[in-house]
Write a protein that binds this ligand. Structure first.
Ligand code: C5J
Length: 220
């Protein structure tokens, strides 16, 4: 075991039991014409993390950690899309509607894909999830169990929605969770900041936060 500089205290890193989970780095959340923008968000705010997510991904590959990518998406027949989710709010385009990058948040459509810079490579796990959390209605729990994973390093978008939901789900399932500050983003910078603070408050009630450079130093 080696300690990685983190907040609220050093993260007890165990390389053999750790995995990276990259949440929803999809075109639909980061590019014009996708789901994020149809909700009225400025997607440039989340594009800025792509180089740091890539650095993290490469460092974890180098360190031999299992990598898991998630994608928020639904079946083409919408059978896994609750009415309440489809009808929420007043977006320009709803989930399943035809947009400039194909049908919004539908599996297999160009806009639903992971960004080209962050594409999974052979052997990496891709989880398609219909919810905000990555454990709901997926095989993630059994995949992690089978690999003997007890620690999860988190990156992705958006910090306060799918990242935080999954981190809370993982924390309740007994995983030690660490969120990398430079590798996560929100359309609302103040929500990112609040999420970082609430995760590490009260002795790390949901987990740890760390800077990318400190994490990478811990790999050496
Ligand atoms: C959202 C996500 N924000 N990946 N999804 O709807 O955070």
């Amino acid at each position: 075991m080696s300690g990685i500089k983190a907040e609220p205290f050093d993260f007890p890193f165990r390389r053999e039991q750790a995995a990276l989970i990259v949440i929803d780095m999809q075109r639909d959340f980061t590019e014009a014409g996708g789901f994020g923008e149809t909700l009225g968000n400025d997607v440039r705010r989340v594009q800025t993390i792509v180089p740091d997510v890539r650095r993290l991904l490469e460092a974890c590959r180098q360190a031999g950690l299992p990598i898991i990518h998630t994608m928020e998406c639904h079946r083409p027949d919408l059978s896994d899309l609750p009415e309440a989710k489809r009808n929420r709010g007043t977006p320009r385009l709803r989930i399943g509607d035809q947009g400039p990058m194909g049908r919004i948040l539908i599996a297999g459509e160009p806009g639903t894909d992971i960004l080209p810079e962050l594409q999974p490579i052979a052997g990496e796990v891709v989880i398609e999830k219909p919810g905000k959390g990555a454990f709901y209605a997926t095989d993630l729990g059994s995949i992690l169990k089978e690999k003997g994973i007890t620690q999860l390093i988190f990156a992705g978008v958006t910090t306060e929605v799918c990242v935080q939901t999954t981190m809370r789900e993982a924390n309740d399932r007994g995983f030690e969770c660490l969120l990398v500050e430079e590798a996560t983003a929100s359309y609302f910078p103040e929500f990112k900041q609040a999420t970082l603070e609430m995760i590490r408050a009260q002795g790390g009630i949901v987990g740890w936060t760390a800077h990318l450079d400190d994490l990478m130093e811990g790999f050496t």
